[in-house]
Ligand binder design. Sequence first.
Ligand SMILES: [Zn+2]
Length: 120
Amino acid sequence: MNSEKKETCGNIKNEEKDSLPSCEDFEKIAEVLKQLSDPVRMKLFYILCHREECVLDISTLMGMSSPAVSHHLRQLRLSGLITSRREKKEVYYKASESRETSFLHHMIEDLLDIKCPAKN
Ligand SMILES: [Zn+2]
């Protein structure tokens, strides 16, 4: 008797195992969710889903110092959730346009049970 077989219920077929997405496939989603696991970054992302803003205006909206906001913006930008654009001396941030960000934007509104201000 194979002791390994004894530990399972015996319902798993190899084809099923092979048809599952790989852990690498899930890693991209895990990285995005890791970014949004911080409520401050989630709020920043949510704000930037509706408007393009500079660090100082975002700091005012968030009631936080601009260095603290910059730190979170950098992480969000590295994960691809937001993009930045420089205009003269100012840098503006907004949510990236992708299926992923659109889904997360609407997921936040769904879970918070709020209407998208862009649709009012
Ligand atoms: Zn919205």
